[in-house]
Design a protein around this ligand. Structure first.
Ligand SMILES: [Zn+2]
Length: 73
């Protein structure tokens, strides 16, 4: 019984099976692309939070975020 076999994991980004090994420099992702996509989502997510100023909420019109047309798309 060998324990040298690399562990197989699912890529968090695309769900494809990939090896969680030292040879996989993009682990836990299957590829550079998936890693960059994930990092991009994380970055845009934090950017959204960072750009959200609670003090400005009162001066914003809620209708700006809620257009009826968008709900039907
Ligand atoms: Zn992937």
């Amino acid at each position: 019984m060998t324990s040298n076999e690399p562990k197989k994991i699912k890529c968090p980004q695309c769900g494809r099976l990939t090896f969680y090994s030292n040879e996989n420099q993009w682990r836990p992702f299957c590829s550079e692309r998936c890693k960059l996509i994930d990092l991009g989502q994380w970055a845009s997510e934090s950017f959204k939070i960072a750009s959200e100023d609670p003090l400005d909420l009162d001066s914003l019109n809620p209708d700006d975020f809620n257009t009826p047309e968008d709900d039907n798309v």
